[in-house]
Design a protein around this ligand. Structure first.
Ligand SMILES: N[C@@H](CCC(=O)N[C@@H](CS)C(=O)NCC(=O)O)C(=O)O
Length: 153
C-alpha cells in the first residue's frame, strides 16, 4: 500500500485539501473548547453531576452564550462534514490546482469568518455571507462530482 507521502506527491490537489480540512477540524475543536470555557465562565452546565461539582444544582441550566456556541458547532457539523467528503472526492477528479485551491480556501476562510461572526454576535450579514460563500464552493464541488459520476454510469 503506498504511503500517504507518496499519494500526496502524485497529487497536486490532495495536500491542499488535507491542509484546509485539517485546519477546519482544529477550528471545530476550538469551538468545543470555547463552549467548555463559556460553561465554566457562565456557570451553566449540561449535566447535574457537572453542576454539583461546580457549586450546586442551580448551575444545571442553559445559558444564551453557551447555546450560541452550540449553534455555531452544529452549523459547522452541517457544513464542514459534507466538505470533508466532497473535497476529498473532488481532489481525485483531476481539477486545475489553482481552481481547487480557490475552492478549498474559500471554504476554509468562509467557515472561520462564520465562526468568528457567530461567536462575537457580529452583523448577521457577515455570517450569512460567509455561510453562502462556503456553500457555493461546496455545491460547485458536488456538481463536478456528479458530472464525473454520470459519465461513468
Ligand atoms: N440549520 C441552519 C440552516 C441554514 C444556515 O446554516 N444558515 C446560516 C446562515 S444564516 C446560519 O448561520 N444559521 C444559524 C445556525 O445554524 O445556527 C439554520 O437553522 O439556520
Amino acid at each position: 500500500m503506498p504511503s500517504l507521502g507518496l499519494v500526496m506527491e502524485s497529487s497536486q490537489v490532495l495536500p491542499a485539501f488535507l491542509l484546509c480540512s485539517t485546519l477546519l477540524i482544529i477550528k471545530m475543536y476550538a469551538v468545543a473548547a470555547i463552549t467548555g470555557y463559556t460553561r465554566l465562565r457562565k456557570k451553566a452546565f449540561a449535566n447535574p453531576e457537572d453542576a454539583l461539582r461546580h457549586g450546586g444544582l442551580q448551575f444545571y441550566r442553559s445559558d444564551p452564550d453557551v447555546e450560541r456556541c452550540l449553534r455555531a458547532h452544529r452549523n459547522d457539523m452541517e457544513n464542514i462534514y459534507p466538505f470533508l467528503f466532497l473535497g476529498f472526492i473532488y481532489s481525485f477528479l483531476g481539477p486545475e490546482p489553482l481552481i481547487a485551491w480557490i475552492h478549498f480556501l474559500v471554504v476554509l476562510i468562509a467557515r472561520v469568518v462564520h465562526t468568528v461572526a457567530y461567536l462575537n454576535k457580529m452583523n448577521p450579514r457577515i455570517r450569512s455571507g460567509a455561510y453562502i460563500l462556503a456553500q457555493f464552493a461546496c455545491v460547485s464541488m458536488a456538481l463536478q462530482i456528479l458530472w464525473e459520476v454520470v459519465h461513468h454510469l
